[in-house]
Ligand binder design. Structure first.
Ligand code: ZN
Length: 82
């Protein structure tokens, strides 16, 4: 898998799975390595991590709105559409 070959949309989906720890270990390693060498992905991941952290904090306080997560994913997908 080469991240550079993926569309932004696919890449965002992949980064979200990475943050969810939903990626197979091999892909996770590729992403972790890519993150260190690619500034735009590193910045995107950092901002996704902040967002996920906020969502998790909210989740602890109240019943998790799964819809919020879906909405975030949809918004990110829209935002990264060329
Ligand atoms: Zn990148």
């Amino acid at each position: 898998m080469k991240l550079e070959d993926l569309s932004c949309r696919r890449r965002v989906a992949l980064l979200l799975d990475y943050l969810d720890r939903a990626l197979p270990p091999a892909e996770s390693r590729v992403l972790a390595r890519h993150r260190r060498s690619c500034r735009s992905c590193a910045e995107l991941l950092a901002s996704l991590e902040r967002t996920v952290r906020v969502l998790r904090a909210l989740k602890r306080r109240s019943k998790a709105p799964d819809s919020a997560r879906k909405a975030l994913r949809a918004a990110l997908t829209r935002a990264s559409r060329p």
